[in-house]
Design a binder for this molecule. Structure first.
Ligand code: ADP
Ligand code: MG
Length: 517
């Protein structure tokens, strides 16, 4: 068997057919419903106490921080009130050792220090003025809320939210593991470290990045249509959507706040869909998925996420590549395969190659390979050398790698379509289309009235070439959506979504606290 044939055989293990997609959607809808009714289900379906989405007229200056899975972002956002905003931001990588620190304080004091640096760099006037006032005040005096920056804290891990700025950590995901923090209020943990540095900042809102994405997209999206769903495809994957309040039946028995605006008839629900089908009834499975899970910090958990998101695709590829190199006859990265007669092209794998190390391949590698249209896959071969220490790989090697990459990326996007399609169908969006503008529909134009708006965020959906098109292809295959329904779906990147979204929720939180409302 040729190398390419062998690669195709491994790639075929990642096939996820139209039939699989439809089975997935049905089960996804079932698990969504179950999560709305009771606690302790695989998809948590967490009520966020945010009951409406913005319309673009909101105004003010806010701070926002975002603890994703890879980076910590600090930003200030000026909302102009006309669907536009200005944003200043800084970003640092989270040191790996802090992700698994002994004490929560180690991580949170690092975060507070980044906020301090940001304020000194970008808002020094406000910062200095605050210090002067502090000196003039008696120690027992406190600042009023008006003197403080209201901060929206985007915290993209599952929390049991008990109020707009109060929530306890349920469990870590995405490689974080700080036992000490589990069960604690993450806003309080951050506020404590902010106060220790005497920063003029109040943690006003706890925001899941999905909700932030949904809010931000709704603020900036064109037209009057509110956004239905915010989806994250970055280090992890998750989604939040606008649900009918009376469908969230567990709210009546839920041990959370009862103090929220019920007049809208809606509740934004954070699905925690990364945990969809942890029981593995419909999710696809390969030996590479199984091994990745078994050697992860949380086996059996976040099973959907482990097949979809940026944190994992590189590792799936690494395992698939290794399996291929270890096949007895297989010629991947072996010199005999080299098609050129160039004597310099001795293919070698460095002994300390990242190919042999867990998490050794970053998902950005997949994007580079997927995108490569250079003659003779020059870019892929260069990247193999630079990132994986595979020198003088052949064109056939590169083709084999690309075959695997495409299969893994495509499966991820098709699974993403399962989540998106399930939310569209379960919220009845396909049924409530009006006649709409028939002329436009006949001309194959987007009919604004019937648009289903979806905001997405995350490096995977933003940078993986063709990710959205793979999603759309799968949406067309879903019964109840089809070609016609897929055209109604408008997917937009919520650029800086978590920052703007967090600002919008801090704003909502602030105005809800003011008397007379
Ligand atoms: P976060 O999840 O921290 O908010 P991102 O949305 O930037 O951050 O996602 C980071 C994840 O995206 C990492 O797992 C990384 O491997 C992956 N990633 C980074 N760049 C790319 C890229 N060009 N293509 C695909 N995935 C990428
Ligand atoms: Mg993010």
């Amino acid at each position: 068997m040729s190398l390419l044939e062998e690669a195709r055989q491994v790639a075929a293990e990642f096939d996820y057919t139209a039939q699989d997609v439809n089975k997935g959607v049905k089960e996804f809808i079932r698990q969504m419903d179950e999560g709305l009714q009771k606690n302790g289900t695989s998809m948590s379906q967490i009520p966020t106490y945010v009951t409406s989405v913005p319309n673009g007229t909101e105004k003010g200056l806010y701070l926002a921080v975002d603890l994703g899975g890879t980076n910590f972002r600090v930003c200030s956002i000026q909302l102009h009130g006309n669907t536009t905003f200005s944003l200043t931001q800084s970003k640092v990588a989270i040191p790996r050792d802090l992700m698994t620190a002994k004490k929560a304080q180690e991580l949170f004091s690092f975060l507070a220090k980044q906020i301090e640096t940001f304020l000194k760099t970008h808002h020094n006037d406000h910062f200095e003025a605050h210090h002067e006032r502090r000196k003039a005040m008696s120690p027992s005096e406190n600042f009023t809320d008006d003197e403080l920056f209201q901060l929206g804290f985007t915290f993209s891990f599952p929390v049991h939210q008990i109020g707009i700025n109060k929530g306890t950590l349920i469990r870590w995901t995405k490689g974080f593991d700080i036992e000490d923090a589990v069960g604690k209020d993450v806003c309080e943990l951050l506020q404590k470290e902010i106060d220790a540095l005497h920063l003029p900042v109040k943690v006003a809102a706890l925001v899941n990045d999905t909700v932030g994405t949904l809010m931000a997209r709704s603020y900036t999206s064109p037209g009057k249509t509110g956004t239905l769903l915010g989806g994250i495809f970055g280090t992890g994957t998750n989604g939040a959507y606008v649900e009918k309040l009376d469908r969230v039946t567990k709210l009546s028995t839920f041990s959370g706040s009862t103090d929220y605006d019920k007049s809208t008839g809606h509740m934004i629900v954070n699905t925690e869909w990364g945990s969809f089908d942890n029981q593995m009834t419909v999710l696809p499975n390969t030996p590479y998925d199984t091994a990745l899970d078994a050697e992860s910090v949380n086996p059996g958990i976040q099973m959907f996420e482990k097949r979809v998101s940026g944190m994992f695709l590189g590792e799936i590829l690494r395992r698939a590549l290794l399996a291929l190199t270890q096949k007895k006859e297989c010629q991947l990265f072996k010199d005999e395969n080299s098609s050129s007669n160039d004597i310099h092209s001795t293919t070698t794998i460095a002994e300390d190659s990242m190919l042999y190390k867990q998490w050794g391949i970053d998902t950005s590698f997949l994007s580079i390979v997927q995108e490569d249209a250079s003659a003779g896959y020059r870019i892929t071969r260069q990247t193999l050398s630079r990132d994986l220490g595979v020198d003088a790989a052949s064109i056939e090697d590169a083709e084999a790698v690309k075959t695997l990459v495409a299969a893994i990326g495509k499966r991820s996007a098709r699974l993403s379509a399962v989540a998106i399609g399930a939310v569209i169908l379960s919220t009845g969006k396909m049924d409530d289309s009006t006649q709409g503008n028939i002329a436009k529909q006949e001309n194959n134009e987007v009919d604004e009235e019937n648009v289903i708006d979806i905001g997405v965020d995350g490096s995977l959906v933003e940078y993986y070439p063709g990710f959205e098109e793979y999603i759309r292809e799968a949406l067309r295959e879903i019964e109840g959506i089809g070609e016609k329904g897929e055209k109604r779906v408008r997917i937009g990147i919520a650029k800086d979504g978590s920052g703007v979204g967090a600002a919008l929720i801090a704003l909502v939180a602030g105005s809800a606290e003011k008397p007379g409302r």
